[in-house]
Design a protein around this ligand. Structure first.
Ligand code: 3AT
Ligand code: MN
Ligand code: MN
Length: 604
């Protein structure tokens, strides 16, 4: 009796679960329920109803597009249908109460993306129950053009692709997008659109037991989110990459329960010999239906640079983790190792599953120093564009910081913080948006630095990329206890002082112009900000840290992009001590780092 082998190697073990492993599976299921990762059956039914309605809307949309294209072709119009596929967490079966439905509309060859943006929203609003469609937001200029909306309160991400090889789509419910020929004639972005579905379908086909895979993936997703190592855009694996890692473990232990899969996941992935790629099947190089490049480190230097390649199974295979940096890889590695210790103990009954899902300590005890990137705009619309752009550029600053000899680790937090500020006058506005305190750490020579005496700031001018002089605020002092304690070679503890606030003179075009916002001086203006935090860990021997070059180069690059509108948008990078982090990054019950007690003694 031969069983199907899943994956590029034979399994490690085909052992059936023992009693303890079955109990561990039950306990994991119970914990995931308690953590609120499942939604109610009624909510899932609602998702199905919404998808059924989207199918009707899609058919009508394609019919109208056919009528527009060939008004006299009654047969074409009669048989014209579109098809709806899903991808993302919904398709993988690991969605929770807040998940959206990632949906792909597939149309025959003659339907254009212009028609999609013109006709689909009309038909949608027309056919959906009154009031069911809210927040309808077409984004035609995106990398992957998308229409976003809420349907009966469920968020929908709707993308589109027309198949160049088909004048009519099959009505057969079993029709899938698996055939590579469907990619013929598509642009790279269209191939990506189709591949959302093709990849998730393949992952599910390549695991021996989908139910086991789904529960284990739920656990790994929850763990990765709690540890703040889930977000493709920030250099961590995203949903698809985590799914592929779990799928690979399922292939290696085809009969195991999800509890065993989770434990093996940590044991195997923490020891994975990167950059050996994780593959779910052999990469298909032969199929030449599209010019989109298949991942191939032998051919492409850029692919050789991937630090922890996890490769999508559907042709054309791509690396889902090309964003991973040296720092994010270190953080992932550390978390995987902790996961080994915890799940090994869970499996022998020494600890409960909930210990795997404790929250990260990024803000509470992760670092003493942070950089914060502040992208801000005067209008919500401008901010949507600007903050999205800056979010996608954070990794490039990380790459620059990692090259700095004094930086051991530059860890980006996995999500930004959106805030709205109300400013009564120009001064308040500048405080929020201007090129504020530029990160700048230094160590004065040890002998010049009295140990406990507050030191008046001596470092004055650093340059911004526009050449504007940046001065320390009057009266700012550098307190020795604010510094990072650094072990020096002689074993003595030195410290890195810091300029707490370095205020920039804003560029002329960054200044508020009263003609831009009527009565800006008197009336309250709203400013929309998005902060990204980067935790900094210095190398042991670090004596000096001046990040102004890295920061300024990065800012200049961002601000030279066409998306930047000087009269509406602002960008600043500031240095923040752990004790000065804003309150809203802490959850109730979390302790914000406190300044050392020394201070109180001195003022007494
Ligand atoms: P949720 O349950 O929705 O939180 P998910 O895994 O479905 O988890 P998303 O809906 O954010 O996550 O993304 C689904 C897929 O859509 C994942 C990725 O293939 C694609 N995707 C998401 N964001 C982008 C993006 N900015 N650019 C390109 N593809 C994206
Ligand atoms: Mn989703
Ligand atoms: Mn989505």
């Amino acid at each position: 009796m031969s069983e199907k082998i899943y994956g590029v190697t034979p399994p490690i073990s085909t052992a059936l679960p023992n009693e303890n492993e079955k109990r561990m599976h039950e306990a994991l299921h119970k914990e995931l329920r308690a953590q609120g990762t499942f939604e109610s059956p009624a909510e899932t039914e609602e998702r199905k109803r919404v998808i059924a309605q989207l199918e009707k809307v899609t058919n009508e949309f394609v019919k109208r597009a056919a009528r527009e294209k060939e008004p006299k072709n009654t047969i074409l119009i009669r048989d014209a249908i579109g098809r709806v596929f899903t991808y993302g967490s919904y398709r993988l079966g690991v969605y929770g109460p807040g998940s959206d439905i990632d949906t792909l509309v597939v149309a025959p060859k003659y339907v254009t993306v212009e028609q999609y943006f013109k006709i689909f929203p009309e038909v949608l609003v027309e056919m959906a129950p009154p009031g069911a469609i809210t927040d309808l937001t077409p984004v035609p200029d995106a990398f992957v053009p998308i229409i976003k909306f809420e349907f009966s309160g469920i968020s929908i991400d709707l993308i589109f692709c027309s198949i160049q090889t088909l004048k009519q789509l099959p009505a057969d419910k079993n029709w899938s997008l698996a055939d590579n020929n469907l990619l013929r004639g598509l642009s790279e972005n269209e191939v990506r659109s189709l591949n959302g579905t093709r990849v998730t379908d393949e992952i599910l086909n390549l695991v021996p037991e989908p139910a086991t895979f789904k529960l284990a993936l739920r656990a790994i997703k929850l763990w990765a989110q709690r540890k703040a190592i889930y977000a493709n855009i920030m250099g961590y694996p995203g949903g698809v990459a985590w799914a592929m890692l779990v799928a690979r473990i399922c292939q290696l232990y085809p009969k195991a329960t999800s509890a065993v899969i989770v434990n093996k996941f940590f044991n195997i992935m923490s020891k994975w010999p990167w950059p050996l790629p994780v593959l779910l099947k052999d990469i298909e190089y032969g199929s030449a239906v599209t010019r989109v490049a298949v991942w191939n480190p032998k051919l492409y230097a850029s692919d050789r640079n991937h630090k922890m390649p996890i490769i999508t199974p559907a042709y054309p295979s791509m690396c889902a983790t090309h964003n991973v940096s040296r720092s994010s890889m270190m953080v992932i590695q550390q978390e995987l190792e902790k996961g080994v210790r915890i799940t090994d103990e869970i499996m022998v009954g020494k600890r409960p599953w909930k210990d795997l899902f404790t929250k990260h300590t990024f803000f509470t005890s992760g670092f003493r120093y942070y950089l914060t990137i502040i992208a801000s705009s005067r209008t919500r619309k401008a901010q949507n564009a600007w903050s999205g752009f800056i979010e996608s550029r954070v990794r490039l600053l990380i790459n620059k910081l990692e090259m700095h000899p004094a930086i051991a680790l530059a860890r980006p937090f996995n999500k930004g913080y959106d805030r709205v500020h109300r400013c009564k006058n120009d001064a308040q506005l500048e405080e929020v948006v201007s090129d504020g305190s530029l990160a700048y750490l230094y160590t004065p020579p040890a002998e010049e630095k009295p140990k406990a005496e507050p030191k008046t700031d001596a470092q004055s001018a650093v340059k911004t990329e526009d050449g504007a002089s940046v001065k320390a605020e009057d009266g700012t002092t550098v307190k020795p206890e604010d510094g990072v304690a650094v072990k020096q070679e002689g074993g003595e503890e030195g410290s890195l002082g810091m300029i707490p606030m370095v205020k920039a003179e804003p560029q002329d075009e960054d200044k508020i112009k009263p003609e831009d916002v009527a009565g800006a001086k008197e009336t309250e203006v709203e400013i929309f900000t998005t902060n990204h935090y980067i935790g900094l860990q210095l190398v042991d021997k670090a004596k000096k840290l001046d990040l102004s070059r890295e920061v300024n180069e990065w800012k200049a690059m961002c601000m030279s992009n066409d998306i930047f509108e000087p009269h509406l948008m602002f960008l600043s990078v500031q240095h923040v001590k752990n004790t000065s982090l804003p309150d809203d990054v802490f959850e109730p019950g979390e302790q914000k780092p406190q300044p050392p007690l020394k201070k109180a003694k001195r003022s007494a």
